[in-house]
Ligand binder design. Structure first.
Ligand SMILES: *[C@@H]1O[C@H](CO)[C@@H](O)[C@H](O)[C@H]1NC(C)=O
Ligand SMILES: *[C@@H]1O[C@H](CO)[C@@H](O)[C@H](O)[C@H]1NC(C)=O
Ligand SMILES: *[C@@H]1O[C@H](CO)[C@@H](O)[C@H](O)[C@H]1NC(C)=O
Ligand SMILES: *[C@@H]1O[C@H](CO)[C@@H](O)[C@H](O)[C@H]1NC(C)=O
Ligand SMILES: *[C@@H]1O[C@H](CO)[C@@H](O)[C@H](O)[C@H]1NC(C)=O
Ligand SMILES: *[C@@H]1O[C@H](CO)[C@@H](O)[C@H](O)[C@H]1NC(C)=O
Length: 362
């Protein structure tokens, strides 16, 4: 490694000291000072059009020439001197990182490029590592089908999170996604909310049962039913969406007036999972049976039940929260009961079900 400081005047000193610690190649903007730390690959040659060729006494001279030439970013230097003891020094306008495929083993040359974190080949999938010498940093220029800081991700359109990851500027709107990639389920149209959840890209699938809807006049357990139909998508497509997302959730709420839902093991209301399973827990709970959100924190209106509604009294109450087990979502049906006694108690309820929302990269 060659270190080449050319300190000139005091006002530059501070900037330069700082730059030297971090930079492999630094040229002060006014051209009054510069230095370079070069690393050589013995017996390699970078095949590029040269800026200049000169005969020099040693490698340090060649380094000086490169640092002094604003366009120079690397050089090739002959292994053996000529008859006068001088070495051929070729200055190049690029470096071995940007032109990696043009570096070849060579019996008569060494190649020298500035030190850079690009040496560890951080850019994957054929991405080009572009050094930022002054900051001892780099960025990757990915091949068109890859994205991400290190080009590690294939440019899928599997979910809105995928789309957002590869296009950070993407705005809210309707997009076509294909959760399982090519083949398999057909691509389908969804709404991408590109601002919610810190802008990760949320796939939103709406359905026909989002409006707050009255339940009244159905007494037997589950005698009221509401089938949920998702916009322009099949259950297989939605299952595939949940598999390609890190998280999925769906908001569910029941407002009740003298109308119970889970009622410990005597259920009158429940939701049905995508596999047609009668689910025993409510929004805000992950799996604990016969519990609503208040049941997890022991804050229900009647502590002997797992839900506020189970108190079954003459007050409007509600149980709500997010369903988050993506292996059960989306909700395909809601069932209620205990709203038959309209004369005496005016029993009734309202259900509300949010769209299916999935987000996060996997
Ligand atoms: C090494 O590079 C020189 C200069 O371009 C070229 O003439 C020579 O053929 C190369 N030698 C080998 C072995 O690649
Ligand atoms: C993703 O969608 C964009 C825009 O519609 C399209 O140009 C691109 O080819 C798609 N990528 C894949 C892998 O299907
Ligand atoms: C994106 O859509 C969501 C949901 O409709 C909305 O809350 C948000 O404000 C929208 N953001 C922009 C920038 O339009
Ligand atoms: C939901 O309510 C809105 C506003 O009242 C109405 O325009 C819309 O048609 C309703 N949607 C369904 C599916 O009933
Ligand atoms: C709701 O779905 C169930 C099961 O798929 C079906 O048997 C029933 O007929 C549907 N009810 C309505 C009102 O569409
Ligand atoms: C009974 O419940 C319905 C629906 O919530 C409401 O519109 C109505 O005013 C109630 N009637 C009485 C007598 O409380």
């Amino acid at each position: 490694m060659l270190l080449l400081p050319l300190l000139v005047s005091f006002p530059l000193l501070f900037n330069l000291m700082f730059a030297m610690q971090n930079s492999a190649l630094y040229r002060y903007p006014t051209g009054r000072a510069s230095f370079g730390k070069f690393k050589c690959d013995p017996f390699y040659f970078l095949w590029e059009e040269k800026l200049t060729s000169s005969m020099v006494e040693d490698k340090l001279d060649c380094t000086f020439l490169c640092v002094g030439e604003p366009k120079c970013y690397s050089f090739n230097i002959a292994v053996y001197p000529d008859s006068k003891g001088l070495y051929l020094c070729e200055l190049l306008a690029t470096d071995k990182y940007r032109e990696a495929e043009k570096v070849h083993a060579n019996a008569t040359f060494h190649h020298c490029s500035p030190s850079s974190p690009c040496e560890s080949a951080p850019c994957k999938n054929g991405g080009v590592c572009v050094p930022e010498y002054e900051r001892n940093s780099y960025h990757c220029e990915c091949k068109p089908v890859f994205c991400g800081t290190h080009c590690k991700r294939y440019k899928w359109n599997r979910t809105c999170s995928d789309i957002k990851y590869c296009n950070p500027e993407a705005k809210n709107g309707s997009y076509v996604i294909d959760p399982d990639g090519e083949g398999g389920v057909k691509p389908f149209k969804v709404f991408c909310d590109m601002t919610d959840k810190d802008g990760i890209g949320v796939t939103v699938v709406s359905h026909d049962s989002e409006n707050r809807t009255l339940v009244a006049g159905f007494e037997a357990p589950g005698s009221y039913w509401r089938n949920v139909t998702y916009d322009e998508t099949s259950l297989i497509q939605l299952t595939s969406l949940t598999a390609s997302s890190a998280h999925c959730e769906q908001f569910i709420k029941y407002e009740c007036y003298h109308s119970v839902i889970l009622s410990n093991d005597d259920m009158y209301g429940w939701w049905v999972s995508r596999d047609d399973e009668k689910m025993k827990y409510w929004g805000g709970v992950n799996s604990v049976p016969f519990k609503c959100a208040c049941g997890l924190t022991d804050t229900c209106a009647d502590s002997s039940y797992g839900c506020n509604c189970d108190k079954n009294d003459l007050n409007w109450r509600e149980d709500s929260g997010l369903l988050t087990d993506k292996s059960k979502l989306p909700v395909i049906q809601m069932r209620f009961g205990d709203t038959g006694d309209i004369v005496l108690y005016n029993e009734s309820g309202y259900h509300t079900l949010g769209p299916l929302e999935c987000y996060g990269l996997i």
